[in-house]
Design a protein around this ligand. Sequence first.
Ligand code: MF3
Ligand code: CO
Ligand code: CO
Length: 271
Amino acid sequence: MSISLKTPAEIEKMRVAGRLAAEVLDYIAPFVVPGVTTGELDRLCHEFMEDVQGCIPAPLNYAPPGYKPYPKATCISVNHQVCHGVPGDRQLKNGDVLNIDITTIKDGYHGDTSRMFQVGDASIQAKRLCEVTFECLWLGIAQVKPGGHLGDIGQAIQAHAENAGYSVVREFCGHGIGAQFHEDPQVVHYGKAGTGIQLRPNMIFTIEPMINAGKAAIRELADGWTIVTKDHSLSAQWEHTVLVTESGFEVLTLSAGARLPPEWIEGLGRS
Ligand code: MF3
Ligand code: CO
Ligand code: CO
């Protein structure tokens, strides 16, 4: 597959799909409380996407080569789960931290975004991991501009994570996105500035760093989907879908409830 450059009409559809995905996260936030099950959160998101937004949840029955069809509408990854957590009977309890990852399909185009949530009050350590991972996402986004390289994004993320004493998951990465859920290029969250393909206007891809408090190694559970840290250390992830513009970037997965980037991050077009 090669990297597609989106047309203005496609970009407009990606804006809609992206905003809808972010609005699912806004919607679900108040339901993330002690005692709720991840299956219940998935059901609520699923109904909201289908009945309120008129979207298709992209994960449901998604089956890339070598995988069995994904059984749910969302991915919910709790504590040491890295990504692709399959919602079910697990009850959330005070202090849990979790990632909810939403991918919508609207009018044939995908929007993909995830955020971390805490149940009640999380530990200082868990909060710090979630914060640093959020900073990693935005440090990566700040690198997006025409003529920049994919490696600029990876280096910015890796440096910040490792400076904090954390590690970057290698096996999963950001991705081009459009009419397909996962397109070229692969956007890895580590690397060297100036390496990798050059960014061009109208590319659209996700940035979605997975950062572990302990070692980087991961393992897949017997369900064939859920990924956990091998050392059972906490893991966090945040994701946005990003358009390369003529002058920099546009984040397509913002909404009223989306968190703004920290003030100290430069290169985000604020002054
Ligand atoms: N939303 C995930 C991503 O950011 C992919 C989930 S694939 C699924 O790329 F099948 F697990 F849903
Ligand atoms: Co993604
Ligand atoms: Co996602």
